[in-house]
Design a protein around this ligand. Sequence first.
Ligand code: HEM
Length: 408
Amino acid sequence: MTITAGHAADASAEPTYPMPRGCPFDPPAELAQLRAEKPISRVRIWDGSSPWLVTRYDDVRSLLADRRVSSDAYRPGYPAQSPGILARRRNSTSFITMDDPEHARYRKMVISDFTVRRTESLRPLITKIVDDLLDEMERGPRPTDLVEAFALPLPSMVICQMLGVPYKDHDFFQMHSRAILDITMDPAETVRASDELRDYLTGLMAEKEAEPTDDILGRLAQRYVLTGELSRDDAVSMALLLLVAGHETTANMIGFGTLTLLQNPEQAAEVRDGDPAVVNRAVEELLRLLTVVHTGRRRVALDDIEIGGVTIRAGEGIIAATESANRDAAAFPAPDELDIHRESNHHLAFGFGVHQCLGQPLARLELQIAYPALLRRFPELRVAVPVDDIRYRDKMVVYGVQALPVSW
Ligand code: HEM
């Protein structure tokens, strides 16, 4: 049977999205129910609209690869994550919310900096940063917050080095990134945070236009801004995307991933042993299980799309719930369990299709170095508070722990 829009008919019966979590380690139980009973169904979001929520692995993957869907946040029907994010996206548009050919044109300007090969050349730098942070942690007080001491500084230092952003300004950009990613933030505040970050990056780009530097922003300035191929404003939007995406996501995978490993001590012990094949699989499994970018990929249909017995009409919003797809038993046996030996782990934690994460080789490398190094340095690492006292980032686009007090 094909169900068509029937939009506002019984809107009150539609579940609201995102739903609150029950267990902090798992996506909301309602998603599992929808996956089983009504895998493509309408949900109600903050602005009162009713986009389609897609919850099964095969459907999510096929929609994210479908050229008949758009990521353009300006299109009517686009299901924005929050009023603040909508307002900000529209005043600072970067290629994550553009369609091809524009999307491809911008992405191409930075793609060579994020290839597997280029990223691999950063291994010594990342290892050194990890070792230095762990040295400092070892010398510091116990307990300590793992997020502040390790999870957040590591990816921040790496992306700063790559972009050519001074790490000394980390308090400023981390605070502003947090404001930008908070879905409960007043829109005026989100836009203010975004504008302040833009002003800061505009100053930096101007310096790099005047004096060449051998880093991503320096190359953007010299190769594209000064040649007129890219406006300084667009370069700033790109810099903001890379800076925010480059540290918040990986930081939360390190913090939340470490907590998950500590809850599974036998698997943590295998990661500590450091066999690269085991570590690599463990990283993929944590990415799948935790899916920290957890409030669905937002799209709008450009054409009528028949999928799973439903017709999504042109102009209707789509939320491709990767956090649900990654727990679909049809794709991953025993999906709610951590199994670091899981084979053929084609998870969607980095998205899928043309917008699939640009920084995934970098995120993988950082995680592959960080988890075993941390567990080896502190074989007795443990959570220093009752696990029930841990606070989670429920209101953030990127989920994780707010803090993780640890001792050893
Ligand atoms: C574990 C860490 C990370 C996770 C889970 C993650 C997740 C994601 C996801 C789900 C998307 C897809 C967005 C969509 O389809 O709408 C994405 C896109 C993107 N990510 Fe990541 N990311 C991570 C790390 C990074 C890093 C380190 C960078 C480095 C700068 C980065 C840069 C980007 C960029 C630029 C895009 C936009 C790609 C495009 O639109 O073509 N990410 N990421």
